[in-house]
Design a binder for this molecule. Structure first.
Ligand code: ATP
Length: 425
């Protein structure tokens, strides 16, 4: 164990129920393969003998239930083995959920499978636990829906969004969640306090659409959902957790790594006998990330959206006339002073107001969402097709240059702007 810096081929033997925790070096990737035995990365089994390449900064663990030998090639920031993990308790939760899925499948009355919501402070391993539960379920042939409400470090699409996608196969340990056609709502900011009402409105929209999809799909209904949340658990953050539990009708609440949050939720949810609140131990392997690292990984996620995880995508640079595109902003707007309002009127600007934005230099380096809305007043209730990135604004010729994952016309002329920006590096 310890800190490894040597760039040599080496083997690590893992005893049963232990894991190899790795932080890949900052500048070079790491190659790794399973030599013998069986092992998994966050719920997804490793193929025998095949080399996998993990990008710089990647933090993960290779866990084995029965013992394995792992081979590594390249440098790591750290790597060590740990034999104390909460994996047995996690897989026990999976077993209970699996039982409920089978029940749901068998009984036509309560055909709804478990709706699991994972909550806890930042860096408690919420995303990782969500991923394991999804991959274990998918391995069993279920198609659970993954709902990611984390606008800061979400794992379905770009930051600033809430999104959902069915998981049909165990999640790829390197590539993450496959991106075919996720259902995405654009919030536009990376902190919910920017516009709490908008955040709630989008959570509600997403939940309604999923509810509708479940009605027509017995298989995904029985498979249920796994909902990942933000690490914001105090004040408004706590209120948003309760809002999410309520809106998605979650019936299993998994609380990671915080006694206080667990007891608060248990007490407040006592009145709902069909909701189970469970406390789970945080893994000692979860790596704490500084706000600078979080900022960096957000920027990396945007890059990944356009260029792919291994630079395997080539986005297109397009030019449009100012008059071809309509950019909107949700909420904010000028706030009238109280003195200017009739007595008793609310001085707060409508948080769901959709207002047109003038195209000018302020749009440079902004990430805009392409809305599916047919009319501007549908923008809040519409999901988005994807994103564009503004690389140039020519005020003289009134032309806007932007990066888009695909060539040709955008699926809609309605674009949504938040505070999400990106500096291409
Ligand atoms: P957030 O605060 O963003 O909501 P989170 O609670 O979802 O964070 P994760 O993203 O699951 O936390 O974990 C934080 C980091 O720790 C991730 O990079 C993850 O890959 C890593 N990690 C989680 N579990 C382990 C482990 N057992 N060994 C090594 N690394 C791990």
């Amino acid at each position: 164990g310890g800190t490894g810096t040597a760039s040599t081929l080496r083997q690590v033997k893992l005893e049963k129920e232990s894991e190899l925790r790795i932080e890949v070096a900052n500048d070079t990737p790491l190659r790794l393969r399973l030599l013998n035995g069986t092992a998994e990365i966050f719920g997804t089994e490793l193929p025998p003998q095949i080399w996998l390449t993990f990008p710089p900064h990647f933090k993960f663990a290779v866990f084995t239930w029965y013992g394995a030998t792992i081979e590594m090639d390249g440098t790591t920031e750290t790597d060590y083995t740990a034999d104390e993990t909460p994996m047995v308790s996690y897989v026990n939760v999976h077993a209970v959920l699996d039982g409920r899925r089978n029940q749901a499948k068998a009984s036509p009355e309560s055909s709804q499978g478990p709706r699991v919501i994972v909550v806890g402070p930042t860096d408690s391993g919420k995303s990782t636990l969500s991923r394991m539960l999804l991959s274990w379920a998918a391995k069993q042939g279920w198609k659970p829906t993954f709902v990611d409400l984390d606008i800061g470090q979400g794992s379905i699409t770009a930051p600033g969004c809430i999104a959902a996608t069915p998981i049909e196969l165990p999640i790829d340990p390197v590539e993450g969640i496959s991106l075919d056609m996720p259902l995405v709502y654009f919030y536009g900011h990376t902190t919910p306090s920017q516009n709490v009402d908008l955040y709630k409105a989008l959570v509600k929209e997403l939940a309604q659409i999923l509810e509708r999809q479940f009605t027509g799909n017995a298989e995904s209904r029985a498979s249920g959902m796994v909902i990942n949340t933000m690490g914001w658990i105090e004040g408004v953050g706590y209120e948003l957790i309760l809002h999410a539990i309520d809106t998605f009708n979650a019936n299993v609440v998994l609380v990671l790594g915080q006694e206080k949050l667990f007891s608060m939720l248990r007490d407040v949810l006592k009145s709902k006998p069909n909701v189970d609140v469970l406390k789970l131990q945080k893994s000692g392997g979860v790596v704490s990330r500084s706000s600078k690292f979080r900022q960096k990984s957000r920027s990396y996620r945007i890059r990944e959206y356009f260029y792919g995880i291994a630079n395997d995508l080539s986005p297109h640079s397009n030019i449009a006339n100012f008059s071809d595109l309509f950019v909107y902003r949700i909420g904010g707007g000028p706030q009238a002073p109280r003195s200017a309002l009739p007595i008793g009127a609310d001085p707060v600007a409508n948080p769901l107001r959709v207002a047109p934005v003038n195209i000018d230099r302020d749009l440079l380096h902004v990430v805009l969402a392409v809305s599916y809305a047919q009319e501007p007043d549908q923008i809040v209730s519409s999901n988005v097709a994807g994103f564009i990135y503004v690389t140039d604004i020519d005020l003289q010729r009134r032309k806007i240059t932007y990066l888009s994952p695909t060539a040709g016309e955008l699926p809609s002329k309605y674009l949504v702007m938040g505070t999400l920006t990106w500096l291409e590096t």
